[in-house]
Design a protein around this ligand. Sequence first.
Ligand code: BYC
Length: 473
Amino acid sequence: MTTTADYTEKIPNNVDLHEDRRLQRALESWQPNFLSWWESMGPSLPTADVYLRTAVNVGREGWAHFGHVAMHDYRWGIFLAERDPARRIAFGEHKGEPAWQKLPGEYRADLQRLIVVQGDTEPASVEQQRNLGATAPSLYDLRNLFQVNVEEGRHLWAMVYLLHAFFGREGREEAEELLHRHSGSEDAPRILGAFNEETPDWLSFFMFTYFTDRDGKYQLGTLKESGFDPLSRTCEFMLKEEAHHMFVGTTGIDRVVERTAQLMVEHDTDEVAPRGAIPLDVLQKYLNFHHSVSLDLFGGETSTNVANYFTAGLKGRWSEERRRDDHKLTNDSIMVDALTEDGQIGQAEVAALAGLNTDLRREYISDCQNGVNRWNRILAGAGLPQRLRLPHVAFNRKVGAFAGIEAAPDGERIPAAEWRRRKREWLPTDVDKTHVRSLMRPVHERGKIAAWIAPPRNGINGKPFDYEYVHLA
Ligand code: BYC
């Protein structure tokens, strides 16, 4: 059980990589491919150095180091949370058995699939955010973008380690494929829908880090429960880094709402676009889009895949150990969102195992609601009556029970013709997107901020807002 990172090696790690020469060589031969992917698909803005957090340890205290580093010299490493030798599987048919330290052969294909899907999202998000540096609203935001990017890169390393260490030649091939698929590519797109969408502006970036990174939090939370201990420990450590990504989203949207509200009050109007800000109705449309696309990431409302993953002990529930049931669910049922027999948007009772995607999605939605409440408090504090809201689970879905129908944000089923006519009220139009993009002019001057967003309350790691977070090349 090693907890201190070895930084003298080519690949920093706390998995005693030097003891396994074959694995070390395999990862060292993947490393240049990763770096050339980073050069060609990673952040496009040239920088000299960036004030970044680097994971250096997994202990409770001081797991990260802050300092200015050239991004191509960032020390991407492999870190697993500390091993608990007494850990037992908490759910499914293997409940109570010691957690697996080796790959259970019968579940090889399923585990590989889960790890590949998880791994695929990490570089995808870096690709999606590639050009945002050129239009950053401040050096503080620019630094946060790059922080998110390097850590998504590290999360790719985390999954590639598992593929190389446990899945032999197939795992190495999958690791290569993770660098060959690209977000939005015609020939080789990323696996999940949301990761082929564009992130062309900073409002989209904040919405993505709020809604889509939060899917990451919940999915990693279920994989942290996995009976396959190396996967569990890997995800546990990733979750630590993930918290900052969601902080970027939450406070980013806070600051947009704050600036919009300020101008609405100052000029006694909803029409803040001519004042260089983002109108509330446009914010609502971006929110509708990112929330609905992220709901799709949980898969179908009912799924035999998820039932099998749970029964096998591969993927648990959110807070599995705090649930008060038998953790096997073989005799339980759950109400899931569904189309009723008469074609209405309603609920249906299904076996609890089959409904586990819905269970996780509900945890996620209630967490998303916290952000909306927060933004509404900002509006209320400014004395404004308008409120933001989450769209209904049936709105704009491409996966699951509602993929074949149209629904308004309030959950009313509507005919396709009405959807076509009215969708511009609910989803960003070209005009909205053009306006948002027109505001995206870079503010790369120390201590300055773009006019469409309020400055943050605090800087990073105790530094002031006007700190030189990034030195451009
Ligand atoms: N787009 O049985 P179903 C993150 C496929 S984000 C395209 O209902 P299942 C991050 C599905 O694969 C977290 N295809 O789904 C965030 C299946 O295909 P196969 C990423 C989709 O398996 C920001 C078929 O449709 N991690 O970390 O129960 C920045 C039937 O679906 C989609 C994970 O997702 C879609 N949206 O659940 C950086 C965890 N949805 O198998 C990072 C690992 C479904 O029939 N993945 N399909 O060929 C999983 O646990 C599951 O694969 C899913 C789907 C939850 C994604």
